[in-house]
Design a protein around this ligand. Structure first.
Ligand code: SF4
Length: 505
């Protein structure tokens, strides 16, 4: 069996249900959904494979098509009911995840629905979400009902496809002619629904427009409906992101004390107490600032329905960058704690240093380009292969080179790898930039942690200020050292020396 491939069902030629479906255009959606793709879910296939005598009226979703002669009303109703989408279960999970069913009206969404009605020239427009047994209207223009049974929902048909689903005259369409929404209030004649497709591909419902007279949309109106539908999804997904962020932020807040305790455990020795105290006070400040921004902005977004979409997007961008900054801080702290506590053990390996340097430089090319810098690296043939911990060497080089690129503009950053040490070979990495350089006071604080020198640098730094602290800790862990020389306006040169002849682990 060709599962979900879009190929026709292999039983189709001999299938009486397929023949009935093909004869009746009103049942064409069955053929699209099952016979040309998801016959792996077809109840006919299941029963045929089990050797049963199968009723030819058995439809792919397990229902029996009523006899049109003896049960005309049931037959008409059956034809009007849309089959379930093949991904119904996951689709419903996605709908519930958005936590929007049975929530109050929202101005942003009402505006989009009103715009759909206005631009398509219809008296009714709905933002309809297709639930298990009903369609529920999050937003509505020109209709009092809050929901209708799914059996009667035009939107249940519309969510079977990606394109706008259109019915020019429901009284002429056998799927809908007997539908109570057509035969009585609101007396639907014309329907057009743009499916609301989430970024992960689930069709939650539609933004639809309805008229009481037969008609058709122009190409432009169809396009407008599609675009407005995408805007509705964007709004729903923004709300979802804010909720997730708020949840995560609260969890992070709860874990902050745990992080602080872990950090204290990782540090030892009385002589470091002052340093610990200063470091912790900086850490608390560094974590509190983005946390306050995230909580304040997300609460504003949740409370303020009136905020215009542009301001909303700007606020969300700020929340996102504050969240990312916090994550980097926490990761940096965990890295540092792991190094200090010895949990991050050295894993000596023989590796190709030249290849590693090439990889790091390739990764940093975009950063160099952003500052309009040239980035060059050379590796002495005598240290092309070394024994050390490649992951840590990569991180050291990445941190120092990224720093050099960040604080240089319209200049150059170079890395020269040579051999040092007579008896025991060492790899010497000299990283030089022509950037803004540092004063003596700045040099003295460089490895302290949370050091960013934003006043005197070319661009505002977005880093955590932990990069150089981690770099020095890593150099020491590998038995090496890092030194730096710099002067304001004259660039900076870092020299990292690492043993290159360890025993492979
Ligand atoms: S109804 Fe079922 S068995 Fe018949 S062609 Fe369609 S998928 Fe195949």
């Amino acid at each position: 069996m060709n599962e979900g491939t879009g190929l026709p069902c292999p039983r189709r030629g001999a299938c009486e249900a397929a023949a009935a479906i093909a004869r009746d255009p009103a049942l064409s959606s069955y053929s699209r959904v099952y016979c040309e793709g998801r016959h792996d879910r077809c109840q006919r296939v299941v029963q045929l494979a089990a050797g049963h005598d199968v009723d030819p009226r058995l439809l792919p979703d397990g229902r029996l098509l009523p006899d049109p002669e003896r049960e005309p009303v049931a037959y008409a109703a059956a034809r009007g009911r849309a089959p379930l989408p093949p991904d119904e279960q996951q689709r419903r999970v996605a709908l519930l995840r958005h936590d929007v069913l049975d929530t109050p009206a929202e101005a942003d969404l009402d505006e989009l629905t009103a715009l759909a009605s206005e631009l398509c020239g219809t008296p009714i427009a709905l933002l309809s979400l297709v639930d298990e047994e009903r369609q529920w209207f999050k937003s509505r223009v020109g209709l009092d009902a809050r929901e209708t049974p799914r059996d009667q929902a035009f939107c249940a048909h519309a969510i079977l496809q990606d394109e706008v689903f259109e019915v020019a005259d429901a009284t002429e369409d056998p799927r809908f002619a007997a539908n109570p929404l057509v035969t009585s209030d609101p007396s639907i004649r014309f329907y057009a629904g743009a499916p609301l497709v989430t970024t992960d591909g689930y069709r939650l419902g539609t933004l639809c427009v309805i008229d009481r007279v037969p008609r058709a949309l122009s190409d432009q109106q169809r396009r407008v409906l599609r675009v407005l539908g995408r805007q509705v999804v964007a709004q729903l997904e923004l709300r979802e992101s804010v909720r997730v962020l708020t949840r995560q932020t609260r969890a992070l807040q709860a874990n902050r004390q745990e992080l602080v305790d872990a950090f204290f455990e990782a540090l030892e020795g009385d002589e470091r107490e002052d340093l610990q105290r200063a470091f912790m006070s900086r850490l608390t400040h560094e974590l509190r600032t983005p946390l306050n921004a995230i909580i304040g902005l997300s609460e504003l977004l949740l409370e303020d329905d009136e905020e215009d979409p542009l301001t909303r997007r700007k606020d969300l961008t700020l929340i996102n960058s504050a969240g990312r900054h916090m994550l980097e801080l926490v990761n940096g702290m965990l890295d540092l704690a792991a190094i200090e506590s010895g949990a991050d053990a050295v894993k000596p390996t023989r590796f190709d240093l030249e290849q590693l340097v090439r990889d790091v430089v390739a990764l940093l090319r975009p950063a160099a380009r952003r500052g309009n810098n040239t980035l060059r690296a050379t590796v002495d043939a005598r240290v092309e292969t070394v024994v050390s911990d490649p992951t840590k060497v990569r991180q050291i080089l990445f941190n120092v080179l990224a720093n050099a690129c960040e604080y240089t503009e319209d200049g150059e950053v170079t890395l020269a790898v040579t051999r040092a040490g007579d008896e025991r070979p060492r790899a010497r990495f000299e990283i030089a930039d022509s950037g803004v350089g540092m004063s003596e006071e700045q040099l003295a604080r460089l490895f302290e942690g949370f050091t960013r020198f934003t006043d005197s640098h070319v661009r505002e730094s977005t880093g955590t200020g932990l990069g150089m602290t981690i770099t020095r800790a890593l150099c020491e862990l590998l038995g090496g050292e890092i030194t730096v020389t710099s002067a304001p306006g004259e660039g900076t040169t870092f020299v990292v020396e690492l043993p290159a002849d360890g025993e492979p682990g």
